[in-house]
Design a protein around this ligand. Structure first.
Ligand SMILES: Cc1cc2nc3c(=O)[nH]c(=O)nc-3n(C[C@H](O)[C@H](O)[C@H](O)COP(=O)(O)OP(=O)(O)OC[C@H]3O[C@@H](n4cnc5c(N)ncnc54)[C@H](O)[C@@H]3O)c2cc1C
Length: 282
């Protein structure tokens, strides 16, 4: 690991100034960044700790839930407002990683890290979330810019994310039993205006994406069977030690049908599978 200078920001303004300096990186929960430093995938010359100055409140206003970027996954998972109004998101946070990760990692870090198998990018795309930064508000589709990349400028900090409360939503993922990240995950939401959005994570090498053909089929009728004949194109699907492209594509197609069934059922939320058997739901 390369040497770096460590700053503990005492305000968002100070963090912005320090973070705009060449070679600087923001440090929130450190669950992605510290791993990248250890593997020399990132070599910043200074780290600016921002977790103490980020908002972490969770509020319901104007039909949306706004979550401060400093909220940990554990805080999102137990938030009463998220559990009541958007149980799929509470469940996503509850089933992300392990307890140590959930108690340190933040919402802001998860969206900025934009990992290929990240859970939050799919939720943001499917729910039509807005990412608020120190300078602007960005629709999720504009914010995410490929694996590990976002539209953020140097020194720009994510302060919160607003998730519109949908009429229905659910998330289903199939875990990689070794890494415990998703091998594929699908988030579906039926917006308050009746528009369906379905986003897939971990299946394509370029990160989470909206599956437009599935959305068109669901717009006609929001039932799992509407997706029965749809196939994801093989091109662009991720391949690794654990699964080839055909397997991942098939998995995502099956999960898409399951997530629509879950969202349409009496207790929409989250289901997590591994090797075909339900591990957890809630
Ligand atoms: C063992 C393990 C298992 C995991 N499992 C999962 C999983 O199943 N699903 C999943 O989605 N994720 C998983 N994660 C990833 C975890 O969710 C992310 O690492 C985490 O959310 C990143 O948040 P952080 O606060 O730790 O960010 P950090 O690691 O501190 O930062 C990540 C990146 O974001 C930048 N950054 C952080 N906050 C801000 C901000 N507010 N504004 C601007 N830039 C910022 C940092 O500079 C850095 O580039 C796992 C991680 C580990 C270690």
């Amino acid at each position: 690991m390369q040497d770096f200078v460590y700053h503990r920001a005492s305000s968002l303004d100070e963090a912005r100034r320090l973070g705009a300096e060449e070679g600087a990186a923001f440090l929130a929960g450190g669950q992605t960044l510290l791993r990248d430093l250890k593997h020399n995938r990132r070599t910043p010359t200074s780290l600016v700790k921002i977790s103490g100055v980020l908002p972490r409140e969770i509020d319901l206003r104007d039909g949306g839930i706004t979550i401060g970027a400093g909220a940990t996954h554990a805080e999102v998972a137990v938030s009463e407002v998220v559990r009541e109004r958007l149980p799929a998101l509470a469940g996503l946070a509850e089933h992300l990683g392990d307890p140590a990760v959930r108690h340190r990692a933040t919402l802001g870090g998860a969206v900025v890290a934009n990992e290929v198998a990240g859970d939050y990018p799919a939720a943001c795309l499917a729910l039509g979330a807005t990412v608020h930064t120190t300078g602007r508000d960005l629709a999720a589709a504009e914010f995410f810019a490929g694996p590990g990349r976002t539209a953020l400028e140097p020194g720009e900090i994510v302060t919160a994310v607003t998730f519109p409360v949908p009429a229905k939503a659910a998330y289903v993922k199939f875990l990689n039993p070794a890494a415990r990240y998703a091998m594929a995950g699908v988030f579906v939401a039926l917006a308050a205006d009746g528009r369906p959005r379905l986003a897939v994570t971990a299946a394509r090498a370029d990160g989470a994406f909206r599956w437009r053909e599935a959305e068109a089929a669901l717009a006609a009728t929001f039932v799992a069977d509407a997706l029965r004949d749809l196939r994801l194109p093989l091109k662009g699907l991720a391949e690794d030690l654990f699964a080839d492209a055909a397997y991942r594509g098939r998995l995502a197609e099956v999960l898409a049908r399951r997530v629509v069934a879950l969202a349409s059922g009496p207790a929409p939320g989250v289901a997590v599978f591994s090797h075909g058997s339900p591990l957890r739901s809630g």
